[in-house]
Each structure stands twice: as structure tokens, then as C-alpha cells.
Design a protein around this ligand. Structure first.
Ligand SMILES: *Cc1c(COP(=O)(O)O)cnc(C)c1O
Length: 419
């Protein structure tokens, strides 16, 4: 459920016509619906209310300050994968004890930052990382709360670039290595074992992979119990998929009920790291048609947003629905919707059946709230686009569009090139 809908052929975000925002802020821009974000968090949080839990929104899905603040205010925690995300999270109002830290490549500065702030838990992904955290905690006179990220070797049946829980993936440790890690951690002076974690992939649209992963985590927790290692937090990660086209992911309630059912006789706090499911369908990318061009075998619709603004189609061959911002019911055409970038992989849609458009028309690239702006770049010296949030009848720019000066900020000429 989201708050983008048509009224008399005009796309609205909550109560605001998208075309009016476009007229004021220019294009392209990302547009987020406050009511949708809030509702998604509340549905998620209500679904898990039957069990002790800490819901940690995964910052990397969309880390705009306004979005982080909104979730912080709703009582959400934060899942981070970098020092930069910790900085953003703290600035947006998350307290460190609501932060969990995942990622295969945490560096010393990042670990120190998280130790000083006193985050809830490090999700450790290798034995060398465990050693490093212990060493750094010793130097800072701290005790680091840790979970080991277990790789349960389940196939999440998603795109290979976003499956993370298979033996061949770089993430986590397999069960045996994890047990070894726990044994070692128990001998370490400056770490405290508090959890078991996993995250098996993203855009998962079936229930089975989660159930399988949970089974192996439970088995791990029972095995640890026999070794007198008491686990407080079971971190199921994120990964619940959304509908981009015709996918039918398990409803949040069903996903929650099956997890709760399996955990009801364990005395644990459940940690979850939802990203996409909270923000994906709460945002769109609005772009303007520049030109129409007919090749001998294809129709091209050239728009002012490119792969540098929304990378998912290029990176994962991802499908995003495309809607006209003002629907004038023109004849159907089949076309590639492409950007201005000098790469053939610069497309937003391929062979898409859609209503015909003319230069100047506005298009909405739907379901762009997750892994959209955060993955954007300045490739081809294109200033990053604006981000806008609507709440009820008002819109607010939450990230200004970059300008040309922003493009060269921080660049300096070495002395041998100065005049
Ligand atoms: C990316 C990521 C998430 C969020 O994944 P979604 O598919 O967006 O829910 C959660 N946990 C970890 C460790 C991640 O890397």
C-alpha cells in the first residue's frame, strides 16, 4: 500500500499533484511519501509486537536525513554498514544503543567510532574481524557486544547480485566456522557474545528461505547453549521483497507470524533489519521526456534521468513500473526508456509497452524509494538530483539538487599545474 495514486488522470503523492512539484523543483527528482513511510514502519512493527524485538531499519536502502529522522522518531533502530552510516544515523537522532553494525569490511576507524559511541551490537563477518574488534576494544578500554553473522547456505531465489547467504558469497561464516568463532570469542577479554545474526539476501519473495535460515540459526543457538554460551539477540537481517511488477512476496504479517511461531519458546530478543520493504514503494523518481527517437528496430524515449540517478535497471536488470504523471490515454507503444549517459546499459526500461509520450511529458519511475538515490553518482558530470518529501498537502525539499560548483568541490590542482 502506498500513497501515490491518480485523481482525474493526474498522479498525486498524498494530496499533492506531482506535476506541481516538478514545475517548482525541476526534474529529475526523487519523491517520497511521508504517510507511506510511516505506515510501512507501523505495519512492520505491529506485525512483530507479539515478541520482544528491535527493528533496525537498514540505512543503506535510503539514508536521507529526513527519512532516518522519521524512523528514529517512530522508535526504530538502525542497521549500518559503514562509519558514514553511523554518522548519518546519530545526526538523525538514533541513539547508539539502537544501532547494529553489519558488513564484511569494517576498518579500524569505523570500529573505533562504533566502540566509542557504544552501539548495540557488531555483526562480525570473519575471524580476523573478531580479533580486530577485540584488539580495538582493548585499546579503548571497552567491551564490544558481538554477534557472528552466520551464512546458513540457503538459496534466497533472488538476483545473484543480491543473494548473500550462499556458501559462495563473501558474507558471514558457515556454521562450523561460526561455532569456532564463538569458542574463540568466549576466550577474548574485550568482546561479549550477545547474538547470532544472518542476512540471506534482498528482494526475497518467498517464505521458505527465511524459514530455512531461521531453522539453522535456532540450531546454532541451541548448540551454543550446550557450550554454555547464552544468546540474547537473534538477528534475522532484512531481505523481505516488495512488488515491483507482479511479484507476490509474503505479506508482512505472514512473514512475522512464521518467525514468531518458531521463536516463541526461546527467551530472545528478535532483531530485524528491513530496508527495501519500508522504503521501496514509498518513493518514485520523476523524470521528463527530452526526445523521442525511432531507430530501425526500436523506439527510444530519451528522458532526463539516467543510470547515474537510478542504477537498478542497469545493475540488476530490475523492473520498475513507469507511469505518466498526467495520463492522456494516448495509443500504446513499445519503447526503451533511456537516459542521456554514454553507455548502452543506460536504460530505465527495455521493450516496455506504455502509453505514447511526447517531449516535455513527465514520467514517474515507480518503486524507487530503496537503492535509488543512495546508489546515484556524478557520472558524466551530472549533478545529483533533488529529493523531496510530501506530508499531507505540502512538499519539502530534503536534499537540494547539486549544481556545477558541487561537481568540482574538493578537487585541487597540484602545484605543477597551477598557473
Ligand atoms: C542490505 C542489508 C539489509 C537490508 O536489506 P533489504 O533487502 O533492503 O531489506 C539488511 N541487513 C544487511 C546486513 C544488509 O546488508
Amino acid at each position: 500500500m502506498h500513497h501515490f495514486h491518480f485523481l482525474e488522470n493526474t498522479l498525486l503523492c498524498e494530496d499533492v499533484p506531482v506535476k506541481e512539484i516538478a514545475a517548482k523543483v525541476g526534474t529529475p527528482f526523487y519523491l517520497y511519501s511521508h504517510a507511506t513511510l510511516k505506515r510501512h514502519f507501523q505495519v512492520f512493527s505491529t506485525a512483530f509486537s507479539g515478541i520482544e524485538n528491535l527493528i533496525c531499519y537498514s540505512a543503506k536502502a535510503n539514508s536521507n536525513q529526513a527519512i532516518l529522522r522519521l524512523f528514529a522518531d517512530l522508535g526504530c533502530g538502525l542497521d549500518i554498514v559503514s562509519g558514514g552510516e553511523l554518522y548519518r544515523g546519530l545526526k538523525a537522532g538514533f541513539t547508539p544503543e539502537r544501532v547494529v553494525y553489519s558488513g564484511v569490511g569494517k576498518n579500524t576507524d569505523e570500529i573505533d567510532f562504533a566502540l566509542r559511541e557504544g552501539i548495540r551490537m557488531f555483526n562480525v563477518e570473519s575471524l580476523v574481524e573478531l580479533e580486530l574488534i577485540n584488539d580495538r576494544a582493548g585499546l579503548l578500554d571497552k567491551r564490544a557486544p558481538i554477534a557472528i553473522r552466520v551464512n546458513p547456505n540457503v538459496d534466497p531465489k533472488t538476483h545473484p547480485y543480491i543473494s548473500t547467504g550462499l556458501k559462495k558469497n563473501k558474507f558471514g561464516l558457515d556454521a562450523e566456522a561460526a561455532l569456532d568463532g564463538y569458542r574463540r570469542a568466549m576466550q577474548m577479554e574485550h568482546v561479549e557474545v550477545v547474538g547470532v545474526a544472518c542476512h540471506i539476501g534482498s528482494q526475497i519473495t518467498e517464505a521458505d528461505p527465511f524459514e530455512e535460515a531461521l531453522k539453522s540459526l535456532k540450531a546454532m543457538i541451541l548448540e551454543l547453549k550446550q557450550m554454555s554460551i547464552h544468546i540474547k539477540y537473534l538477528d534475522m537481517g532484512g531481505g523481505l521483497g516488495i512488488t515491483y511488477a507482479d511479484e507476490t512476496p509474503p505479506p508482512i504479517e505472514a512473514y512475522a507470524d512464521s518467525i514468531i511461531e518458531q521463536l516463541k519458546d526461546l527467551d530472545l530478543t528478535l532483531v530485524l533489519e528491513p530496508g527495501r520493504v519500508l522504503v521501496g514503494n514509498a518513493g518514485i523518481l520523476v523524470t521528463r521526456v527530452l526526445f523521442r527517437k525511432s531507430g530501425s528496430v526500436k523506439n527510444f524515449i530519451i528522458v532526463d534521468a539516467g543510470m547515474n540517478d537510478l542504477m537498478r535497471p542497469t545493475l540488476y536488470n530490475a523492473f520498475h513500473a513507469i507511469e505518466p504523471v498526467v495520463n492522456s490515454h494516448k495509443e500504446l507503444i513499445v519503447a526503451d526508456v533511456v537516459g542521456p549517459i554514454c553507455e548502452s546499459s543506460d536504460f530505465l526500461a527495455v521493450d516496455r509497452s506504455m502509453g505514447s509520450v511526447d517531449g516535455g511529458d513527465l514520467l514517474a519511475i515507480m518503486s524507487a524509494g530503496a537503492y535509488g538515490y543512495v546508489m546515484s553518482s556524478n557520472y558524466c558530470s551530472r549533478p545529483r538530483v533533488a529529493e523531496v518529501m510530501v506530508k499531507e498537502g505540502q512538499f519539502h525539499i530534503v536534499k537540494a539538487r547539486e549544481n556545477y560548483e558541487d561537481l568540482v568541490r574538493g578537487e585541487t590542482l597540484p602545484p605543477f599545474l597551477e598557473a
